[in-house]
Design a protein around this ligand. Structure first.
Ligand SMILES: NC(=O)c1ccc[n+]([C@@H]2O[C@H](COP(=O)([O-])OP(=O)(O)OC[C@H]3O[C@@H](n4cnc5c(N)ncnc54)[C@H](O)[C@@H]3O)[C@@H](O)[C@H]2O)c1
Length: 405
């Protein structure tokens, strides 16, 4: 039971998006309530530790805990009377690659007994177009007339503390009052507010992720084309981007994975009745990259007799998050063909099958750098053949010459 009066509650506040936001709100002096169903993570946060890697977060967490500005609960009843509630629960796609609306609905249903008309409800999770209006109607149909807003999160995971304070914040509301209240809330954090209607903001957030996913697919497809031709894509990429403004934002090749890009592209695909062909193609290309690597190795070595080592199991560099990591897709595909697959990662703590780096390097016939963690900088891999999609080791991206059938 909370005794202090809270200014704001972040629902899902122990998660990747909710926790950095909660810390920054508390740092701005707001009495901030973290509401999350995950008691274990709450205990970790309450003890002053970040439950995942997040740049610059831990010192701020200590600061707000010391100042007693950050509070915790696992009980929905504690949200009664809190003026603003920000929803940051996960919004996955289901087994049919359709958005699962259940997460938002379950969480609203659990709040019904405490919701009051003077509260502001801010959706911050990434949602399918129409969800904010649906939520407004759903509440009204049950006699609740809260102000409902949608203010999407656009930070790069792991860098939220800096980016919440530096990126423009898109703000929308189902009424001018809701929009204004949400704008005032985020003015305390963001340098710039961009106003849109809820549906524009919902599309806009999904476009940010889908566009990035499509860009990665373009470069990944070029990489595969060129690698099949026996050439070094890194050399071509460096050449065509050198002092050429038109190509300055052309991304490098590599695994495009994680909990957002794929599923948000699928949200748009589902919304448009599968008439989002470029998004579907991007999915096939990006999800096909690990399978391409298996094919490339199989063309050169007798996989059934080979041990393959995977360096990096997180979904991206310098992260400990394995959600939707393509390293695991690669591992699964290789397990069907190779004698052994050994995996390692300097940051991941949630996988009991991981082995020390040295052992993976020593026992593998072929290494694949799945994730370009900074911790691998300067690594001595001896003469082991390394497939380095990222060109992290600066030896080019063509298949290593040592790989001979
Ligand atoms: N991860 C990112 O970088 C990123 C960036 C922008 C937007 N988003 C969006 O933000 C949303 C959250 O993503 P995330 O990565 O932070 O997910 P997450 O799984 O890390 O966090 C969600 C949190 O919500 C909690 N939770 C779930 N249901 C709850 C409920 N009913 N009541 C209270 N707590 C509940 C979970 O315990 C968890 O701690 C998603 O919609 C995602 O698409 C994520």
């Amino acid at each position: 039971m909370q005794t202090k009066r809270m200014d704001i509650c972040v629902l899902g506040g122990a998660g990747h998006i909710g926790l950095p936001l909660s810390i920054l709100l508390a740092q701005r002096g707001l009495e901030t309530l973290v509401y999350d169903l995950n008691q274990k993570t709450i205990d970790v946060v309450r003890s002053g530790k970040m439950p995942f890697l997040e740049e610059h977060a831990e010192p701020l967490l200590h600061e707000v805990l010391e100042k007693r500005k950050l509070h915790f609960t696992t009980k929905a009843s504690d949200l009664a009377g809190v003026p603003a509630i920000v929803i940051t629960v996960g919004t996955p796609v289901d087994e049919f690659l359709n958005p699962s609306t259940k997460a938002i609905q379950d969480c609203i249903d659990s709040l019904f007994p405490i919701l009051s008309d003077d509260q502001l409800l801010v959706l911050r999770s990434t949602v399918c177009p129409g969800t904010t209006e649906w939520l407004d109607e759903y509440l009204k149909a049950r006699g609740k007339r809260l102000r409902v807003a949608f203010c999407p999160e656009r930070v790069v995971q792991g860098y939220a503390i800096e980016q919440i304070r530096s990126l423009p914040q898109i703000v929308s509301g189902t009424t001018p009052e809701a929009e204004e209240a949400a704008a005032q809330l985020f003015q305390a954090l963001a340098p710039e507010i961009v106003r849109m209607s809820p549906r524009e903001a919902e599309f806009g957030k999904l476009f940010c992720n889908a566009y990035r996913y499509i860009q990665f697919a373009a470069t990944n497809q070029f990489y595969m084309m060129v690698t099949r031709a026996g050439l070094d894509y890194a050399k071509i990429h460096a050449g065509i981007t050198q002092n050429y403004a038109r190509m300055s934002d052309f991304p490098r090749q590599g695994f495009a994975a994680g909990p957002c890009l794929f599923k948000d592209t699928m949200q748009l695909t589902s919304y448009s009745n599968n008439q989002f062909s470029i998004g579907m193609d991007a999915m096939l290309v990006n999800e096909g990259l690990p399978l391409f690597l298996v094919e490339q190795i199989a063309n050169r070595v007798e996989l059934a007799k080979a041990t393959v080592g995977l360096l990096g199991m997180a979904f991206k560099a310098n992260s400990d998050d394995t959600r939707s990591s393509l390293s695991y897709k690669l591992k699964k595909a290789l397990r069907l063909r190779a004698s052994r697959v050994l995996c390692t990662d300097p940051h991941v703590t949630t996988d009991s099958e991981l082995l020390p780096l040295e052992r993976v390097v020593n026992e593998s016939d072929v290494l694949i750098l799945c994730v370009p963690h900074q911790a691998y900088r300067g690594l001595d891999l001896g003469k082991k053949p390394v497939i380095d999609v990222w060109n992290f080791f600066n030896r080019g991206t063509a298949m290593p010459a040592e790989l001979r059938g």
